[in-house]
Design a protein around this ligand. Structure first.
Ligand SMILES: C[S@@+](CC[C@H](N)C(=O)[O-])C[C@H]1O[C@@H](n2cnc3c(N)ncnc32)[C@H](O)[C@@H]1O
Length: 231
């Protein structure tokens, strides 16, 4: 990708950050849909709890792109500690106001511009991987590996390729881009990669991870991945 391509890519990531920060006040409100049609990617607290229980995240957990905290609160029921990171101040404020448990520490940071100062037993991300552009995929997983203690694992929940029926993506410099509209009509580009579980597992295998990924519920995938070498 040339300079203009990387600038466009950086522009989409900035738009994605801005969208979620603006969207934070009504994020999760079913009367303000995420997109024009389809089931929407937002999970209820009960489903989040069930999916997290399946993952069984013990020890010290890092949650990337935590949002309003649907998964943060579920993770905190299992973990010794949860460090929950997000780029949006308004998402973090909602996470805090919704009653982040005492074992949760909230961190404001851009995933693509952040380095860990310690390692974790589990790195979790809910509805985030689909927002990682293809040209940042390897770099993102290198970060996840760097965040894990030896023996640690990554766990994730996201929409899968079945949800692509409800979105209209265009490809910009190799990145699938979807449109999101706020209640006031303001439009934003966001990255949206709809993964097929087998293709995702193969992609991770090529990066040195062993991943078990299965489909759950309507349009949702759940994955657990461990690095093949100790970090
Ligand atoms: C689809 S929401 C998912 C939120 C939450 N994990 C959930 O499942 O409800 C995506 C989240 O990623 C955050 N985000 C967007 N770009 C980010 C970035 N570059 N670094 C960290 N967080 C980012 C947004 O603020 C938003 O909270």
């Amino acid at each position: 990708m040339g300079t203009s391509g990387s600038q466009r890519s950086a522009g989409i990531l900035a738009s994605q950050r801005a969208y979620y920060d603006e969207r934070a006040p009504d994020y999760g409100d079913a009367t303000v849909p995420d997109r024009a049609q389809g089931p929407g990617g937002l999970l209820g607290e009960d489903i989040a709890r069930r999916l997290v229980a399946e993952i069984d995240p013990n020890g010290d957990v890092l949650e990337l792109a935590c949002g309003t905290g649907i998964f943060t609160r579920a993770l905190a029921r299992h973990a010794r500690s949860v460090t929950a990171l997000d780029a949006s101040p308004r998402m973090l404020e909602r996470n805090r106001q919704t009653g982040a448990p005492s074992n949760v520490r909230l961190v404001a940071a851009d995933v693509f511009d952040w380095q860990p100062d310690r390692q974790y037993d589990v790195v979790f991300f809910g509805h985030w991987l689909s927002h990682v552009p293809p040209d940042a995929f390897d770099r993102f997983w290198a970060l996840v590996a760097a965040c894990l203690r030896p023996g640690g694992r990554a766990a994730f929940v996201d929409e899968d390729d079945r949800a692509s029926a409800y979105d209209d993506c265009t490809i910009v410099d190799g990145t699938p881009v979807a449109l999101r509209t706020l209640r006031d009509g303001t439009k934003f580009d966001i990255v949206k990669v709809f993964w097929d579980p087998d293709e995702l597992a193969a992609r991770l295998a090529a990066l040195g991870w062993t991943a078990a990924i299965h489909r759950a519920d309507e349009c949702t995938l759940v994955g657990i991945a461990t690095p093949n070498r100790s970090n």
